[in-house]
Design a protein around this ligand. Sequence first.
Ligand code: AMP
Ligand code: GLY
Length: 425
Amino acid sequence: MKILLLGAGGREHALAWKIAQSSILDELFIAPGNAGTRQYGKNVVLSPTDFEGIKEFVLKNNIDMVVVGPEEPLVLGIYDFFQADETIRHCAVIGPSKEGAKLEGSKHYAKEFMARHRIPTAKYGTFTSATLAEGIAFLSDMKAPYVLKADGLAAGKGVLIINDLATAIKELTSMLVDERFGKASEKVVIEQFLDGIELSVFVMTDGESFKLLPEAKDYKRIFDGNLGENTGGMGAVSPVPFADAGFMDKVHNQIIVPTVKGLKSQGIAYKGFIFFGLISVKGDPYVIEYNCRMGDPETEVVIPRLKSDILDLFEGIASNTLSERDIQFIDKSTATVMMVSGGYPNHFDKGLPIYGINNVVDSIVFHAGTTSDGPQVLTNGGRVLSVTSYGKNIEVAVDKCYDSIAKISFENAYCRKDIGRDVIK
Ligand code: AMP
Ligand code: GLY
């Protein structure tokens, strides 16, 4: 098969690494990719949202399948773009339709979907500038902390958790009236605060059946102890010890099955990954959010635990035969620790030389934000490298990550020192 993978982060490097191991791969292209993905295929200068450019590339290179890494092309409707054009309809797209991607693209849509299919989630109300007064009344009836969510995509920044009512009212007003998050906060979802521990669960689905992937826990805040600003994710581990068989049964029966059935019953085309952002409240799972793609850095711990040929599974998704495909996992723990540019998630420099990647032997160094100048790898983003290791348990895997990170350097490099610590007994 000839594959075009869209995206440029650690998630895409991990997917490229796995796709390159497939026995049915003929050629892999990554658009735009990074300095890491070029080890596994050809990087192509093409934006994941340039649908016309992608079409031209697919036709010229006889691509059989487009694997979509990030959410943006999905939310913009790349699946539908391919379906609507008879010259490229034969090329499979791994990712949901525009309607399916609304599970991530609109918090309000996701909440309505969950209410319709009785999927456990926090109680909520949705408000616009026209219903600001009702929104304020709704907030005043709730208890602190107050959870405000911009309806649309806001690059991970659209959720505010606020401790006092006066500030919550001020923020709600700023989101709705001043469009603090632009069009993304034209609508705001106000939610009941759920107190528990978070984890991420992933499935791949062909719209009929699904395959469960290993679960993961990510670390979103910039500083140790889950302090400071939110980031794209500073590290992850898999498996998640508290996600035992009893808990995962509840996730399966109360969340995954009703979601996949719900999509089907609503006639929503969905051929790709579903990412369930869950919270366990005293052992009961609730959905915090859906994403219509794999997580980053969760992919960097989940995909290394997949033993099966990923293209065989993707082919199953494309041909509605996923239920016939075998899926197996590697019975080891994985951890990934993100090396980021000093200053991230705010201002940081780019273009700094990275040294020592080749000295790493006990980990896989997935590139998250890199580019190259000849043989020299340079930083090219806030999140720079995702260093993944296997271990007989999470502790061993995490220790290996830190040993490997000690061999890598670039100016002002930073990482959290406590990835996985909270789940190590
Ligand atoms: P989201 O973008 O919806 O995943 O929200 C970002 C983060 O905000 C989540 O990872 C949670 O840590 C937190 N969060 C969101 N909704 C809630 C809620 N209802 N209760 C508690 N925490 C929440
Ligand atoms: N790590 C969280 C995400 O990918 O959205």
